[in-house]
Design a protein around this ligand. Structure first.
Ligand code: PAF
Length: 283
């Protein structure tokens, strides 16, 4: 595995790979890698000649009161894991490299970036689309790999790729979970023992509600959301940020449960804001 720390070096290698007609799979990350990231790496390895992983804790996607400075930075551990997963190139850009002092340009996907997680996280998705756009220009991959846990992020990135004519296809890989159903996330580390135990209710609530929607032919999102809310409040002290039923492609709100529906939620347990979601295909 090659470790690259400069844009100049990266560009040189990308040019060589392109000359050799190698296909490139790309996994953008903020590090603190876990099984969720490993599944993206494995997908990329299977589907491309070369797998490139970037690690960069992107300051522009954190709000002023968020955990940017505290976000786990585990370079040694991450490198070992990426090597074990046979990543070919690991790219560690620096803040100075990506956002020099005279930096002025941002990418913003309107509307869908200010709902759900974007409602309480001002400019979060603007930071995400900006950094992903920049990394796509640097890495020039054939395929980018994202996780379904951050469903809104994946939909927004896909929209940006389409709108700005990036020549890359997106693969969204399934959520990887702990044994009790909790979706893997770097932020699970922030959970207290009690919250960690309670947090498994998120997936259980989504799963049970999906079952009921299908078995009992529940027709409205209002009912489905109420069921999820009652389970979460009954079995945990988590503070619900949102529970929404939306269109799986454009995140539009859904009131009548018909066709493909994404139920997405965000719940706060202490300092950790956890995300989860489930897709229902209702005929
Ligand atoms: O999902 C993440 O880890 C980040 O939002 C991403 C896509 C790497 C951009 O910084």
């Amino acid at each position: 595995m090659q470790t690259i720390r400069s844009i100049f070096h990266l560009k040189k290698i990308i040019t060589q790979l392109k000359q050799k007609n190698k296909t490139i799979g790309f996994i953008p990350t903020m590090g603190d890698l876990h099984e969720g990231h490993c599944s993206l790496m494995r997908n990329s390895r299977r589907e491309n000649d070369i797998t490139i992983l970037s690690i960069f804790v992107n300051p522009t996607q954190f709000g002023p009161k968020e955990d940017f400075t505290k976000y786990p930075r585990e370079e040694k551990k991450d490198k070992l894991l990426a090597k074990k997963e046979k990543v070919d190139i690991i790219f560690f850009p620096t803040e100075e490299m990506l956002y020099p002092k005279d930096y002025l340009t941002y990418i913003e996907t309107l509307n869908i970036s200010t709902i759900l997680c974007g409602k309480n996280r001002n400019n979060h998705f603007k930071g995400v689309t900006t950094i992903v756009g920049k990394l796509l220009n640097l890495v020039e991959p054939n395929k980018i790999y994202l996780g379904q846990k951050d469903a809104q992020q994946a939909i927004i990135v896909k929209q940006m790729i389409k709108d700005l004519n990036f020549s890359v296809t997106t693969k969204v890989c399934p959520i990887i979970r702990e044994k009790d159903g909790l979706a893997l996330s770097s932020r699970n580390k922030y959970l207290s023992k009690k919250d960690r135990l309670e947090a498994s209710i998120l997936h259980k609530a989504l799963k049970d509600t999906k079952k009921e929607v299908l078995a009992k032919n529940i027709k409205t999102s209002k009912k489905a959301k109420a069921k999820i809310k009652s389970l979460i409040t009954k079995f945990s002290s988590g503070k619900i940020d949102y529970i929404e039923c939306v269109n799986t492609k454009n995140l539009e709100n859904i009131t009548n449960l018909n066709g493909k529906i994404l139920i997405a939620l965000a719940v706060k347990f202490g300092k950790a804001r956890l995300l989860d979601n489930i897709t229902i295909n209702k005929k």
